[in-house]
Design a protein around this ligand. Structure first.
Ligand code: SAM
Length: 276
């Protein structure tokens, strides 16, 4: 949009020198930001819940793509800068100051919103687990497009028989489809972090019937808690675990990392069924 000051000027004018404590690594490249904003699909008339807008680079790209944006930012210094952006897009941007980990985002953004965020690692993973969790499915959100350290992105999309495959992969894949949408070089950020990043795009799919999240979590925690051990050893401490393996016809000498997501689902279902 014409008339918007360059982001570097905004940073200077509002004194937004990057805070390490808040995990601030900003993106300025408008082409890259447009590519990130395109990941959820066409946004005209859609609501986006953005976490951690900072000086507003990604927010600009989302607004340019036609989205209505609800943004939550914890850094008080950014709020005035974002208010300026609000005035360029009247009625299209709502900024809330606060901690995303404490928000009722469903109430703020509404049913069907897309979630987009470039967040510090620990906050991003905590929010991912919250958005993927919960017994109610389908979820309130339509898609998640989240920036992670590349290594975490690899763990989310990992397939069996790889080092990256573990609890996070099963949690992310049993009722949603994560894809690595865009690798992002560390040099794209100001200041550049030590590691590479990537945006992961996640869309929900119907949950398999007869499986509860809590039970699946117990199975994956036990199995991957001792990932180098055979299942007959790692599932020993899980009541009914060895019987569930047998009921599913899974060889107890296998290791957790060789099991497909569907096999984990089958074990969790058998465990639940056995408990009546
Ligand atoms: N979206 C901007 C960009 O791409 O340039 C900023 C990204 S920066 C990596 C992360 C942003 O998240 C910072 O603005 C930081 O203040 C904010 N943040 C960190 N923890 C947060 C939390 N718990 N809730 C809301 N915002 C948070």
């Amino acid at each position: 949009m014409t008339g918007l000051p360059p982001l570097r000027d905004v940073i200077k004018r509002f004194g937004l020198n990057a805070s390490k404590a808040l995990g601030q690594n900003f993106l300025f490249d408008s082409q890259l930001l447009d590519r990130i904003a395109a990941i959820p699909g066409p946004l005209q008339g859609q609501t986006v819940y953005e976490v951690g807008p900072g000086p507003g680079g990604l927010t600009r790209a989302l607004l340019k793509a036609g989205a209505d944006v609800v943004a939550v930012e914890m850094d008080h210094r950014c709020i005035a800068a974002l208010a300026e952006l609000e005035s360029f897009y009247p009625g299209k941007l709502r900024v809330i100051e606060g901690d995303a980990l404490k928000m009722d985002e469903r109430a703020l953004a509404g049913e069907g919103a897309h979630i987009v965020a470039n967040l510090p690692y620990n906050v991003g993973t905590a929010l991912l687990i919250r958005w993927l969790g919960g017994e109610q499915w389908m979820p309130w959100w339509s898609s998640l497009s989240l920036m992670f350290q590349r290594e975490v992105a690899d763990r989310i999309i990992a397939k069996p028989d790889t080092d990256a495959y573990g609890r996070l992969a099963v949690l992310a894949q049993w009722r949603s489809e994560p894809v690595l949408a865009l690798p992002v070089h560390r040099s794209a950020f100001v200041p550049p972090p030590k590691v590479m990043s990537a945006v992961v795009h996640i869309t929900p799919k119907p949950a398999p019937h007869g499986v509860r999240m809590a039970v699946l979590e117990r199975v994956t925690a036990a199995a991957f808690g001792q990932r180098r051990k055979m299942l007959r050893q790692s599932l020993k401490g899980l009541a009914g675990g060895l019987d569930a393996l047998e009921a599913c016809g899974i060889d107890p000498t296998r290791r957790a990392e060789t099991l497909s997501v569907d096999e984990f689902i089958a074990i969790a279902r058998a465990l639940d069924a056995a408990r009546g």
